[in-house]
Design a binder for this molecule. Structure first.
Ligand code: SF4
Length: 362
């Protein structure tokens, strides 16, 4: 295939096919991919601002029946360190969040068989009553699928009851790789690809802002990564005109420390910096209808995140006060608000603090 023809197609925002994307991903020189992706970044986001935000991760519970083989966070119910976060703990953590200038909680956790929809409605309502300006970026498609089955309600019913209770936006958690071949091996008890996409389709119809993610670098093929991007692009095409849909795409590498996948099955993370940059670039090229691409500074660190801003990414995500999921699997990167802004400035951009809808705040 003629690479120049594919670059020109991408730069004209014409959807690149799976075969074409695969050719670019496998064969194009990294510097050429970076050049094209960087041009696309400015087509989608003119100007020199790179986004970042302050939010706090609080895990609702670490009890989870799913036992995904890449997860070192979940616990069984009878484990000595199993927990369900108490209201007092939320209050203390939210007070700290507001003191640091943030107003959003990323609320995630395991699929705890003892927790149903009523529990989430109660906790969301209580938090919103106590803190009316608090934003809840919470749960994810696997939990919505789980609650829908447990309560015998449609995805729409579950989502709309959670929105009424205070849900502001839906993270793209649990996408991993949208291939059922992969999911059957690494997360067989979790939502299928179609279920994950089905929840997001409903959220987009309701105009709930969502994000899309990819957790890669384990047992998937490169072709499956490309197909994952195409499935996201196809779903984004379906969203009603003017609705948020996927406001961003965030890829991050599998963190293998202490996971069943690495320790028992011998699958180590295949992450390396240049492959991450190729993935950021190919994501920008394939996702011609998702405006923002976020580099996961928490998992790839400062240097690769900085280069990502010249490779198609326009955002470094959150300083993420208290993160427990990827850090349980070996991540040690931590940045405060000043460090995040300095990293963006040193990369040659203006730091733009934003909210979950990618609206700049200052
Ligand atoms: S990744 Fe999520 S769903 Fe899977 S075991 Fe861990 S907490 Fe449970």
């Amino acid at each position: 295939m003629d690479l120049n023809r594919l670059y020109s197609k991408a730069l004209n925002l014409i959807p690149v096919s799976a075969d074409e994307g695969n050719t670019l991903y496998e064969e194009a020189p990294l510097e050429e991919l970076m050049f094209v992706a960087n041009k696309l970044r400015y087509i989608h986001n003119p100007g020199n601002v790179a986004g970042w935000m302050i939010d706090r991760n609080v895990n609702i519970t670490n009890i989870c029946f799913s036992q995904c083989t890449f997860c070192n966070f979940c616990r069984k119910k009878d484990s000595p360190d199993a927990y369900v976060t108490s209201l007092n703990d939320y209050i203390r953590k939210i007070d700290e969040l507001f003191a640091l200038g943030g107003d959003q909680l990323l609320l995630q956790g395991g699929m705890n068989p003892d927790i149903g929809l009523r529990f989430y409605i109660d906790i969301f309502s209580k938090l919103k009553n106590l803190y009316p300006s608090l934003k809840l970026h919470a749960l994810g498609p696997p939990e919505i699928v789980y609650l829908s089955k447990k309560e015998r309600l449609s995805f729409y019913e579950v989502l709309s009851r959670l929105v009424t209770a205070g849900l502001d936006s839906l993270p793209g958690a649990g996408a991993e790789i949208l291939s059922d071949r992969v999911r059957k091996i690494v997360s067989p008890a979790k939502a299928t690809s179609e279920e994950w996409l089905g929840v997001m389709r409903e959220a987009h119809r309701m105009n709930l802002p969502t994000s899309a993610t990819m957790m890669y670098g384990h047992i998937e093929t490169k072709r499956e990564r490309i197909e994952h991007l195409i499935r996201l692009r196809d779903l984004q095409k379906e969203k009603p005109e003017g609705h948020y849909g996927f406001v961003t795409f965030i890829p991050w590498p599998f963190q293998d420390k202490g996971t069943v996948l690495a320790e028992i099955q011998g699958i180590k993370s295949s992450y390396n910096g240049s492959d991450y940059l190729r993935l950021i670039a190919i994501s920008r090229i394939m996702l011609n209808n998702i405006r923002n691409i976020q580099a996961s500074i928490l998992t790839v660190g400062k240097d690769i995140a900085t280069l990502s801003l010249h490779t198609g990414a326009n955002d470094l995500g959150s300083i993420m006060i208290e993160e427990n999921v990827v850090s349980a699997a070996g991540v040690t990167n931590r940045f405060n608000a000043s460090e995040m802004q300095l990293i963006i400035k040193e990369a040659g951009f203006i730091p733009g603090r934003r909210n979950q809808k990618y609206e700049f705040l200052e």
